[in-house]
Write a protein that binds this ligand. Sequence first.
Ligand SMILES: C[S@@+](CC[C@H](N)C(=O)[O-])C[C@H]1O[C@@H](n2cnc3c(N)ncnc32)[C@H](O)[C@@H]1O
Length: 276
Amino acid sequence: MRDVEFSWFTDFLERKSGIIINADKKYLVQSRLKPLLRTHTVPDLNDLVMRIKRQESSPLAEQVVDAMTTNETLFFRDQYPYEALETLIFPELTHGKNSHRSINIWSAAASRGQEAYSIAIAASESIPQANKRVKILGTDLSKEAISYAQKAVYSQVEVQRGMPVTRLIRFFEKDEKGNTWHVSEGVKRMVKFQTGNLTDDRAMMLVRSHGPFDIVFLRNVLIYFSIEERKNVLDRVARTMNKGGYLITGAAELPTGNTSKWEHVLFKGKRLWKLV
Ligand SMILES: C[S@@+](CC[C@H](N)C(=O)[O-])C[C@H]1O[C@@H](n2cnc3c(N)ncnc32)[C@H](O)[C@@H]1O
């Protein structure tokens, strides 16, 4: 890929998704985009970029952005967020006169769904009648990841990454033929997925219509954005939440910018964020 095309492409990607690619990461762009050449019968990457340039809002442009997303995820990632839900956040939200209230949760960079289903399982284990009271929305920029999440079917390797056997047996059903695991209907019904770009105001208005949220998981996604974009995303997220609601970021991701909006709560040495 020539430098001019690479440079145009990284600007385009940032405009469309907030994702920043540094100048020394040309190899990454090349390896992510090469598989698209064959599917779209395009001779080379320079030509691919020219086509996107001509039609920035085409399905091809959308697929190219999708190909640049990193969808790495696993069930019960880092464990502590789920322990925090069970021992701190759910008890606080359902305390005393709130014992029957419903709880609204957003998994804001849901990838292939493991995070949202882990939240649903944690809720099923600790909230009576969770399937009636807990609603979880999972959104992600990647259409491909979202349609995978909607299927709620995971391979043996995927469930082995993070899902304890006791939970696997209780909340999944095995499809012997395909050697795959289906999320049980009860858990699946608690979760709804749709595409959603955290850097797009209109998309976030749509998410807001599902709110206000009591808990937002915004994990391992801010790292892809510029400092400026992180601030904007956090502001948009704050607008979807109830005051006193919890924001759970990746272990090393801190709310930058208007920190007066967020106060931190330490849980097992990790910071959770509360909207003031
Ligand atoms: C590394 S995964 C994190 C998944 C999950 N939250 C976790 O911690 O395991 C990052 C996800 O962020 C999504 N993403 C990247 N940019 C986004 C944007 N602008 N809006 C919404 N999702 C985005 C990617 O598609 C990807 O699925």
